[in-house]
Design a binder for this molecule. Structure first.
Ligand code: TYM
Length: 335
């Protein structure tokens, strides 16, 4: 019965390069933890349709997509238990995306900070897909009747518009969609650039020292952390003007499970040299098992194919139910 089912989770990540420490801490780690809790039915998706809102080289996109699938499995997701799939393999995303486009106002879309940021960054390619991105993202979530969506803080605004769209549609046609809640971690929801603590860590940053990729080798990780900007106070604590140090403390907190208070105590009276060494080591240790698993999984392309084929089949089954319901409600003749 629909109302006796486990609560559902849906989340997605774009295949636009190797995920960063920010992606891992803000989202992927929680995807794994939530799946392990076994309280939810989890659908995890590689958002390839979304990725072409910014120009992609087809060869690179294909490689990034498969690499990302391997990485999600390496991070601990169980693709046999629950679906992990490519968005483009489930046509219902585009089908519901179109319907939701027709219920989303231009004014709402113009207020989206991601649209503003990306159009500033890609001024030569401000396309319609970039503008209507949030309606497709709402479709991703609403298709699966997801109760909860684990994301980093930068996706909060997209979750809000998704909730508005769900309520708008439900109001117009009777209950159709579950209104989803965002799941944003208390620590690590917004990991900042190592070179500029006012900007989020992003895999598209042109300065490689600004981010740690989850596949960076230990030497590279240590170097990047050592080069991270700090401040002139040489004191490991939070506070006004301490954003860069606080960002490193957050990373250390997630990697070790220690609270911010414990970290302040641990480094009381010590300079940034010792602190950075410890942060670097903790990050290396956190990422080590993922990197080892990744290299193993990449050797088995047949396994990857099995995971994404099965995943898409299971996703299509659930998504189709929602699209049929929506098409009926808006007044389309049943095929
Ligand atoms: P994407 O691919 O940019 O990022 C994937 C996830 O990583 C989180 N994240 C961060 N968290 C903390 N600190 C950071 N510096 C950081 N950078 C990224 C993001 O919040 C996200 O959770 N639009 C989405 C993909 C998407 C999606 C969806 C997500 C498509 N459909 C449906 C949820 C539900 C995106 O571009 O994520």
């Amino acid at each position: 019965m629909e109302n006796e089912r486990k609560k559902r989770i849906l989340s997605g990540i774009q295949p636009t390069g190797t995920p960063t420490l920010g992606n891992y801490v803000g989202a992927l780690k929680n995807w794994v933890d939530l799946q392990k809790e076994d309280k939810y039915e989890c659908f995890y998706m590689i958002a390839d349709l979304h990725s072409i809102t910014v120009k992609q080289d087809p060869k690179v996109l294909r490689k990034n997509s498969l690499d990302l699938l391997a990485l999600l499995l390496a991070a601990g997701l169980d693709g046999e238990k629950e679906p992990i799939f490519f968005q483009s393999h489930v046509p219902q995303h585009s089908q519901l995306g179109w319907v939701l486009d027709c219920y989303t106002y231009m004014g709402e879309l113009s207020r989206m900070t991601q649209f503003k940021d990306k159009s500033a960054k890609h001024a030569e390619n401000i396309n319609a897909g970039l503008f209507t991105y949030p309606a497709l993202m709402a479709a991703d979530i609403l298709l699966y009747q997801a109760d909860m969506v684990p994301v980093g803080k930068d996706q909060k605004q997209h979750l809000e518009i998704t909730r508005d769209l769900a309520k708008r549609f439900n109001g117009a046609y009777s209950d159709t969609f579950v209104v989803p809640e965002p799941y944003i971690p208390k620590v690590g929801a917004n990991i900042m650039s190592l070179q500029d603590p006012m900007h989020k860590m992003s895999k598209s940053d042109t300065n490689e020292n600004a981010y740690i990729s989850v596949l960076d080798d230990p030497d590279r990780i240590m170097k990047k952390i050592k080069r991270a900007v700090t401040d002139s106070e040489a004191c490991v604590r939070r506070g006004e003007g301490k954003e860069a140090v606080e960002n490193l403390m957050t990373i250390y907190s997630v990697a070790t499970g220690k609270t911010m208070e414990e970290i302040e105590k641990e480094f009381d009276g010590q300079g940034y040299g010792v602190f950075k060494e410890k942060v670097g080591e903790a990050v290396v240790e956190m990422l080590r098992p993922i990197q080892e698993n990744y290299n193993e999984i990449m050797k088995n392309k047949d396994y990857l194919e099995k995971i994404y084929r099965d995943g898409a089949e299971r996703a299509r089954y659930v998504a189709n139910k929602t699209v049929s319901k929506v098409y009926r409600k808006v007044g389309f003749i049943q095929p």
